[in-house]
Ligand binder design. Structure first.
Ligand code: FEO
Length: 163
């Protein structure tokens, strides 16, 4: 059994992950509106991945005898100033999620909940990858500056993402 405090915190994280999915879907729509189908497909795949993060938490709460409670999902931003600005927002969002996961680990330790602490290690590792991927796209976009050619090539490359 988890403590009610731990269960509530994991439930809050389900909402964070579903909001992440919503945010990336909004970014997919934004990139599509700019005729950047590769960026859009990448964000769409990312949105799907966030759903799987939410479901990992959903399943774990149930396995521990708790009950997932689904709250309202906030409306994400719709517009960004540029392809770079949207990816910078994605990176900032992942940094926010990392701090949330770190907070959950701290709570699991404080509650002496070893099973939850161990479960959360998957998310700790995942966040390293999430931040690093977004960071590398942001860096390449910054390097590229105003180059339309560079943007076209990057769109092509990002469109290769399958999952
Ligand atoms: Fe579920 Fe992108 O963190």
């Amino acid at each position: 059994m988890m403590t009610p405090k731990m269960e509530q915190a994991l439930n809050d994280q389900i909402n964070e992950e579903l909001f992440s999915s919503y945010l990336y879907l909004a970014m997919a729509a934004y990139y599509n509106s700019l005729d950047l189908p590769g960026f859009s497909a990448w964000m769409r795949a990312q949105a799907k991945e966030e759903e799987t993060h939410a479901m990992k938490l959903f399943d774990f709460i149930q396995e521990r005898g708790g009950r997932p409670v689904l709250g309202a999902i906030a409306e994400p931003t719709r517009e960004w100033g540029s392809p770079l600005a949207a990816f910078e927002a994605a990176l900032a969002h992942e940094q926010h999620i990392t701090s949330r996961i770190d907070g959950l680990v701290d709570l699991a330790r404080a509650e002496n909940d070893h099973a939850t602490e161990f479960f959360l290690q998957w998310f700790v590792n995942e966040q390293v990858e999430e931040e690093s991927t977004a960071d590398s796209v942001v860096k390449r976009l910054r390097m590229m500056g105003e180059s339309k050619n560079g943007l076209f090539m990057m769109d092509h490359n990002l469109g290769k993402r399958t999952a």
